[in-house]
Design a protein. Sequence first.
Length: 255
Amino acid sequence: MTHTQAWTASGRRVPWHAVPLGTAALLVLVASDAIATLTPAGSVYVLAALLGFLPVAVIVTRLAARHPLERGFGAANWTTLLRGCVTALTAGLIAAPAALSGRPALAWVPTLIAVLGLVLDVADGRLARRGHLETAFGARFDVEVDAWTTLVLAALAVALGAAPAWVLTIGLAHYLFRAAGLLLPALAVPLPPSLRRRILGGLQPLALAALLAPTLPAPTASAIAGTALAALLLSFALDVRWLARPAAPQSRPQP
């Protein structure tokens, strides 16, 4: 038996990713229920958090079919999955902002959650590299959780009135690029690793975390959001230009 399959007590085979996903879903359920009990958020928050975890579950399930793991889920993927749980709990705040009411200090919770996600983002990469556990599954999992986290943070910033509606473009950019790839096959060619893309991938959530800070002046918030969006659009423009070159893109160094 390999790590790509598991067995129940009755001898029935189950998907290898069922245990990590089940554990994570239970964590989101327990944590969201505790938050709903301790705040005025109520059951709406629990439902929204579970819905916020659904994309993470879909990501893992789809990637598991394409990139089976031979050495188990691993600490790095567990850390990325934990980041997905944090994002799900953040998504709950979009539907139930009442969870932040009652005490002024609670206004800092979205920023602190965003920072926690950034810390976990750094941690999962280091764990993979130090343990020599880099896999196609882990790399893609990290990218997709990054994208989902960015969209959730952008939506929360807009929902809380901390940013204008156009900030959603920051969160939607990844998905719009993927959608463009369905219409233009040249844009669907896998991109090689890029330091520029990695840096921007970390700066976007950082900018959104800053926007969620309750003491940030409106002019400063607009400047941060505008700069973040401009940098993101420039990065995508460079990728499109690289992909549109007539020669085989895999043979060219990524800017």
